[in-house]
Write a protein that binds this ligand. Structure first.
Ligand code: PEP
Ligand code: MN
Length: 333
């Protein structure tokens, strides 16, 4: 059960609500986000919510049977929209595109990509500077200097930045240069990181774990929300299955299921989802038709020379064709 509290509720009224719930053996967790104050109430007995809803200081009360609560769609009639400023709103019915290289490599690389984004009306640039790599000998990113370089060029061109944060200690040094923090697949269940991202007021995109279930992803999102950050989106990026012919098995089913189970925007990552350049545009389109609110994909001037993930990265022509196709089908979505 979720209780939304009135902002100006007195401590005496809160006490009465707690006492009423505790009398029914309910455990109560108070959650204050940047927008609302909630009580998350978990118990075994079935309470008649009318016996609680009349108490002073309660704005609304919702029965939520899912094990994740705040990210569930059961209590919220509207879908969540995330406003990044400059009229860039994720989840407002038009697909949000986020594109950029797997890794930030150089000033020149960034400027070429920024130019490509501007030309194609893409307002959010992706690009990793702290890279989780399967091998410790592979390129692991330019770190904070790479992020500052990216920020300088994006700011001049009104482009927002999404980049991966790998550990709690990086949040503070990154926060002024980031518009959306990305939690990568490998960190999808790093609960200390999720807690810390719940305590800041910056949007977070959380990816599904390498072998993560849909429910695990929703619980990971619940960690962030329950620490106070409602500006969240969830990302399908493929999972590991017995199939080895492509990098991951992109779970298109998950997109509809996530839209049904949660009010959070759902973003598709076809680049990591399939891992093969020539298939990425079709999977991107399929994701939008399946209900995704946006697509994040990798693009590079010369994918064959990219420091990481070149095999799944679109070149400028392929990226331009994808955007053109999306524009022609926008009305149908
Ligand atoms: C990435 O976006 O570059 C990345 C490492 O993705 P994932 O966490 O999905 O593997
Ligand atoms: Mn990548």
């Amino acid at each position: 059960m979720i209780i939304q509290l009135q902002k100006n509720i007195s401590s005496a009224d809160i006490k009465i609500i707690y006492q009423t719930l505790e009398a029914q053996k309910y455990s109560v967790t108070k959650v204050n986000t940047q927008f609302e104050n909630y009580l998350i109430c978990i118990g075994k007995v079935d309470i008649d919510i009318r016996n609680i809803g009349h108490l002073k200081g309660i704005k609304d009360i919702h029965r939520v049977s899912d094990s994740y609560k705040l990210v569930s769609r059961k209590w919220k009639t509207d879908y969540t929209k995330i406003d990044l400023g400059n009229n860039i709103i994720i989840g407002n019915g038009t697909p949000t595109m986020m594109a950029g290289p797997c890794s930030i490599e150089s000033e020149e690389q960034v400027s070429k990509i920024v130019e490509h984004l501007v030309k194609n009306n893409i307002h959010i640039m992706r690009g990793g500077v702290f890279k989780p790599r399967s091998s410790p000998y592979a390129f692991r990113g330019l770190g904070i200097d790479g992020l500052k370089m990216m920020h300088q060029q994006c700011k001049k061109n009104n482009i927002k930045i999404i980049t991966e944060v790998m550990q709690v200690s990086q949040i503070h040094e990154m926060i002024d240069y980031v518009d959306i923090f990305q939690v990568g697949a490998r960190n999808s269940q790093n609960y200390n990181l999720l807690d810390a991202l719940g305590e800041i007021d910056k949007p977070v995109l959380i990816k599904r774990g390498v072998s993560g279930t849909i429910e695990e992803l929703l619980h990971s999102a619940e960690y962030i929300f329950s620490k106070g950050n409602e500006r969240l989106m969830i990302c399908e990026r493929g999972i590991r299955t017995f199939e080895t012919i492509y990098r991951n098995t992109f779970d298109i089913n998950a997109i509809q299921v996530l839209k049904d189970k949660s009010h959070l925007p759902v973003i598709a990552d076809p680049s990591h989802g399939i891992g093969i350049r020539e298939y990425v545009p079709k999977i991107a389109l399929a994701s939008l038709f399946a209900g995704a609110d946006g697509v994040i994909y990798e693009v590079h001037e010369k994918p064959e020379e990219a420091y990481s993930d070149g095999q799944q990265t679109l070149n400028f022509m392929e990226s331009e064709n994808l955007i053109a196709k999306i524009n022609t089908v926008k009305e149908l979505l």
